[in-house]
Design a protein around this ligand. Structure first.
Ligand code: ARG
Length: 476
């Protein structure tokens, strides 16, 4: 029974055994401890095991299809791969000190289990095309999951925007109050940006969805392999076009890191905003207890740690991206061991972005908005200055002149003797109709153009956003 553990040394002297590297044949001495400690990647590439098993299944089926191994040998290896998958999944897999990486570990164990058939698994394959295949499979799965989570955050923004109705708050430029905007408009601004990141994930996936299997170490093979067939077997859209490029490029990893970083930076912006909104000074929102933290010393504190960490992780994600770009720079064709450095930044970026998305989504969905504070801040009289200037334009005045008149009135009102409203009322070019524009809640209703911040265009925008989220979801 090929499922029973078996020691390859008793049946096949050349098969890798525990304690040996995959490449021991060329070497008279065993590897030094220092070499193994420095070059191993098992400590971080273990998580590739489902993809490594999938890649090996496809490879061994391909070997059998072209007659390089028998159907019986194929079945023995597939059975062994099933056992190994079960052991890894159940946490029962015993790693050997010579397991440099997950690829070595799986092959060693398959050979222990399947004997001579197991020793044929790596025929026509190199760890160079193997690891490239594994990582592309991993990226396809994980980036889709990230896209799903981004869409879940978009949905929360949409739900909260829907429920926000006519609530408005100041819109800012330079973090100075500029013009009032509907809260829905503000929330959807982040939603649209996140939607572009989902589109970028789909774009990146087009280039990620290419099988490198069959490229060998760098140049292909003398054996009758069929890279198109293994690509199809693994669910890739197509195979590599050039074997040097297949194992010797990682621009798709850099692209994935870039998209992840952009998502992280969107979350960092949202985080910064919520740090401000939850201060006593702004007071625009209150966090749910489950999404805030306390102070070890100051009993009264309620801190927005999720928002702050979302902001802080932006730096780390930029580091993951730029660090790996620096690793890639100037590497000659094709595979270089430097590429092993692709995994930790990529895994870190995916982990951090996934957790940040979960936390920020929960924080926003459970927080309470404080419309009174938002609207009081937005109802500062000067917020309607542009509306006043535009009213004069509608009465035939050149905008540069009306801008100057209203600017002077604002300056006058800031002296504190008379309100802007009073000054507007008595100004010969303005008067009572103009004074009505200074009243609370009026300004935001004046933003009527397509894509603008007022109730009329925002109602349209909400429906367009809803449709765009549904379209992204349908593409997952
Ligand atoms: N652990 C290696 C990596 O991540 C696998 C490929 C090793 N290839 C080699 N020629 N040493 O890149």
């Amino acid at each position: 029974d090929s499922r029973e553990p078996q020691h390859s040394s008793s049946t096949e002297p050349e098969a890798p055994a525990s304690g040996r590297t995959l490449w021991h044949g060329r070497f008279g001495e065993p590897p030094s401890d220092a070499l193994m400690a420095f070059t191993e990647s098992l400590s971080f590439d273990q998580r590739l095991w489902p993809d490594d098993i999938a890649g090996s299944r496809a490879h061994v089926r391909g070997l059998a299809r072209t007659g390089i191994i028998s159907d019986l040998e194929r079945d023995q290896v597939i059975d062994a791969l099933d056992v190994v998958a079960g052991e890894l999944d159940g946490g029962r897999f015993v790693f050997a000190p010579s397991d440099e990486d997950i690829h070595t570990a799986v092959e060693r164990r398959v050979t222990e289990l399947a004997g001579p058939a197991g020793a044929k698994l790596h025929t026509g394959r190199s760890r160079n095309d193997q690891v490239a295949t594994d990582l592309r499979l991993w990226c396809k799965r994980e980036l889709r999951l990230i896209a799903e989570r981004v869409i879940a955050l978009q949905q929360v923004l949409l739900d909260r925007a829907d429920a926000a109705g006519q609530i408005y708050l100041p819109g800012y430029t330079h973090l100075q109050r500029a013009q009032p905007v509907l809260l829905a408009h503000h929330l959807l601004a982040h939603g649209w940006s996140l939607g572009r990141q989902v589109e970028r994930i789909f774009d990146a996936l087009v280039r990620i969805d290419v099988s490198p299997l069959g490229a060998g170490a760098l140049a292909g093979s003398s054996l009758p392999l069929d890279p198109d067939a293994t690509a199809a077997d693994l669910g890739f859209a197509r195979r590599f076009e050039n074997s040097l490029d297949a194992g010797g490029s990682r621009d798709h990893v850099a692209e994935a890191l870039f998209v992840l970083t952009l998502i992280g930076l969107d979350l960092a912006r949202i985080g910064e905003e919520w740090v401000l909104w939850t201060t006593d000074e702004f007071g625009f929102a209150r966090l749910d207890d489950g999404y805030a933290t306390g102070s070890s010393m100051l009993p009264q504190k309620k801190n927005p740690d999720i928002a702050e960490l979302a902001r802080g992780k932006g730096g780390r994600l930029i580091g993951d991206l730029t660090g790996f770009l620096a690793t890639m720079k100037g590497l000659p064709l094709s595979y270089n061991r430097d590429y092993q450095e692709d995994k930790e930044p990529l895994f870190d970026a995916v982990d951090q972005v996934r957790r940040a998305l979960g936390a920020i989504t929960g924080m926003i969905s459970t927080a309470t908005f404080v419309p009174e504070r938002m609207q009081a801040a937005a109802d500062a009289e000067a917020s309607s200055a542009t509306d006043l200037a535009e009213l004069l334009v509608q009465r035939g005045m050149p905008f540069r002149d009306s801008h100057s008149i209203v600017g002077a009135l604002v300056r006058e009102s800031l002296r504190g003797e008379r309100s802007l409203r009073a000054l507007v009322l008595e100004h010969p070019a303005l008067g009572p109709d103009a004074a009505m524009l200074v009243a609370p809640g009026v300004s935001v209703t004046r933003r009527i153009t397509a894509g603008g911040a007022g109730p009329i265009p925002v109602a349209v925008q909400l429906e367009r956003f809803r449709a765009s989220v549904a379209a992204l979801r349908a593409r997952i």
